[in-house]
Ligand binder design. Structure first.
Ligand code: ADP
Length: 636
């Protein structure tokens, strides 16, 4: 068996190899060119808005970090002058005492500012996480379906986790960077009286250090797509391996060696990348240290010659030598912080790119659904749809009209385009071409909230939230729930007895995997709870997208009949690939390959003897020969 990366299907190879990255980039999804400056401004504005104290202390910290060491090199100069110059001893001693007092005060203030920056450091990390999450839960639904966009979210999220320390420490890094620049300028102004050759040497050493300062980081940023995707690949495998659902397949299909192999290969690739980064960092460190030492030795030489020539006094020598050494420290500090900010540059760009992802779906419109209206008409006018990144349309020129209060079935084989049609109708996706009208008004004229209010939808995938029964049904916190409506919905869905038997009634938590105190529901109970949720919402349009796919045909038929009787008067769209389940509907639209190929009542479609009757006959024969187990009829 081929356990090498080459033996993997293309999708997996993309996760593990950089090759997939360049493919993505070619698809026009290249990274934006955010500058370091732009990213710093972004970070500072986030800080200013969310942690204003951090921002204030950051500004205070910058001069403190420079003035303290500056007093440190100024004091010896004063001491030497006090010892060597006649007459000024008293004033100089007073100045020394005053500077000592200022130093104590500045030190206390600096420690306090550092403490605040440290204490609020993780707040910034949480703020960035929240910004990403807010964007994720409010962005266009189409973005969630687009793997390239949702991949960017994961990447940004991973960076916040992986580089948590740097992002959390951004305040301190910025303070150190700012003080490095301030210190550099201050010391340069002191040293301006020195020979030009020494100043040129210092400038050259700064330039060389800058040029070679962040080789390792540059390499990491160059490969950040690769890192992000690699990490996603590893965490996907980790998560999948521990899930009970996949655990079965892993055991029965002997997937353990494959998983171990993926892990080992990724680790090997990571190790190689790390080694290269470390080599580059080592080179940076050696070059920076060598240039620093060259500057210091030259300074000693020049200054000693100047003292011997009588061009400067011993006190000035002490000040200059302190300033030259301090100058190297500031250069090193600027370099180090540049390196850390470079790291932030890539990571913050990731976050900014995701936050800046455009949302175009359903802008705030002006139309309001009239209150009290319990039903709506739906019109599709030449609607076509193509998924982002797909090469062909999945819906072609769909046109149909559903009257107010009509019950329509959308049926067809898997892949015919039924779910896509429903997502378009609910406003989760926007047609690539054509228009959808509700009561004759274009869907684009509604605001997103108004539009979503029109639909009570039950989809195939059952996703209960780790929250109480009542929150799952109503979607709002307890204080905002309409208790009477909640109890009525639970009663109508046949869940009232079940809820009464729970230890905390409607306050009982769901999803046991998250909370030990929670309860798990059987398939039938989940269906009923979703029915209660749809009933509680009481929207003018009801859509059921095969919520019963896991049930047998008899149970599915029962569910559909129940929904039908409970939502009388509402416009309803029932979706199924089992044609027998939707016979009761007023009209049936039969879909094939993204088109409506037949339309009519169950009887007229059977009488026509076309595609519908052919599929109906095949399915009926199958169920006659394989009658479903009566015990499976979970939803009676
Ligand atoms: P049905 O509900 O009738 O089974 P769907 O609407 O789910 O059909 O799918 C119609 C076609 O669209 C299928 O070929 C499917 O592979 C494709 N499709 C569905 N979702 C996506 C997506 N997110 N990206 C790309 N293609 C998709």
């Amino acid at each position: 068996m081929d356990w090498s990366i080459a033996g993997l299907p293309q999708g997996f190879r993309d996760i593990f190899l950089q090759k997939g990255v360049s493919k993505l980039e070619k698809e026009g999804f290249a990274r934006s060119k955010d500058t370091l400056w732009g990213n710093l401004c972004f970070l500072l504005s986030v800080m200013k808005q969310n942690t204003p104290r951090t921002f204030r202390f950051l500004i205070l910290d910058i001069p403190l970090k420079v003035l303290l060491p500056f007093i440190g090199i100024w004091m010896p100069n004063l001491v030497v002058r006090a010892v060597t110059e006649d007459g000024a001893v008293r004033q100089l001693l007073a100045a020394i005492l005053l500077l000592g007092g200022v130093m104590v005060m500045f030190t206390a203030l600096e420690r306090y500012a550092d403490g605040i920056l440290e204490a609020e450091a993780t707040v910034l990390q949480h703020v960035l996480h929240n910004m990403l999450l807010r964007k994720k839960i409010s962005c266009d639904y189409a973005n969630l379906e687009d793997k390239r966009i949702s991949g960017r979210y994961e990447e940004a999220d991973n960076y916040i986790f992986m580089q948590a320390r740097f992002i959390a420490q951004a305040g301190r890094n910025l303070a150190l960077f700012g003080s490095g620049i301030f210190g550099f300028l201050l010391y340069l102004s002191i040293l301006r009286g020195l020979p030009l050759a020494l100043l040129v040497l210092m400038a050259a050493s700064t330039f060389v250090s800058l040029r070679f300062s962040n080789l390792g980081e540059k390499q990491r940023l160059k490969n950040r797509n690769y890192w992000g995707r690699g990490i996603r690949g590893l965490s996907y495998i980790c998560g999948a391996s521990s899930e009970a659902k996949l655990g079965k397949d892993i055991r029965l299909y002997h997937m353990a060696p494959w998983i171990e192999d993926r892990f080992t290969q990724m680790q090997r690739l990571f190790r190689r990348e790390y080694m290269q980064m470390e080599k580059a960092n080592f080179l940076s460190a050696v070059i920076t240290a060598a240039t620093g030492i060259a500057v210091e030795l030259s300074a000693y030489f020049f200054l000693v010659v100047m003292v011997l020539d009588g061009r400067i006094t011993v006190a000035q020598y002490v000040l200059y030598i302190g300033a030259v050494l301090g100058f190297s420290t500031w250069i090193r500090q600027v370099m180090e912080q540049m390196q850390k900010l470079w790291l932030l540059k890539g990571d913050v760009s990731c976050i900014r790119e995701y936050l800046a992802m455009p949302d175009v779906e359903m802008p705030e419109g002006s139309v309001r659904q009239e209150s009290g209206e319990s039903s709506c008409s739906i019109t599709f006018e030449n609607v076509s749809y193509r998924y982002e990144g797909s090469e062909k349309d999945v819906l072609y020129d769909l046109s149909f009209h559903i009257e107010k209060g009509e019950r329509v079935a959308l049926v067809g084989m898997n892949g015919a385009g039924k779910t896509t049609c429903v997502k378009l109708l609910c406003g989760l996706l926007r047609p690539t071409r054509g228009k959808i009208l509700i009561n004759g008004v274009s869907a684009e004229k509604f605001s997103r909230t108004q539009y979503y209010n029109l639909f009570a939808t039950v989809f195939q995938e059952i996703n209960l939230f780790p929250a109480s029964v009542s929150v799952n049904v109503t979607g709002v916190p307890k204080e905002e729930q309409d208790r009477e409506r909640l109890e009525h919905a639970l009663h109508m869905a046949g869940m009232d007895h079940w809820v009464a038997s729970l230890p905390h009634g409607t306050d009982t938590l769901l999803v046991k995997e998250i909370d030990d105190q929670a309860v798990n529901l059987s398939g039938g109970e989940q269906q009923r709870l979703l029915l209660a949720r749809a009933l509680y919402k009481d929207a003018p349009i009801l859509i059921l997208d095969e919520p019963t796919a896991a049930l047998d045909p008899i149970s599915e038929n029962n569910v559909y009949q129940k929904y039908d009787t409970l939502t009388k008067g509402n416009t309803s769209v029932f979706i199924s690939h089992r044609l027998a389940s939707t016979q009761f509907c007023d009209r049936i639209l039969f879909m094939e390959d993204g088109r409506i190929v037949e339309e009519g009542t169950h009887e007229t479609l059977l009488a026509r003897g076309g595609k519908y009757s052919e599929v109906f006959e095949t399915q009926s024969r199958y169920y006659r020969e394989n009658p479903p187990d009566a015990k499976e009829a979970a939803f009676q």
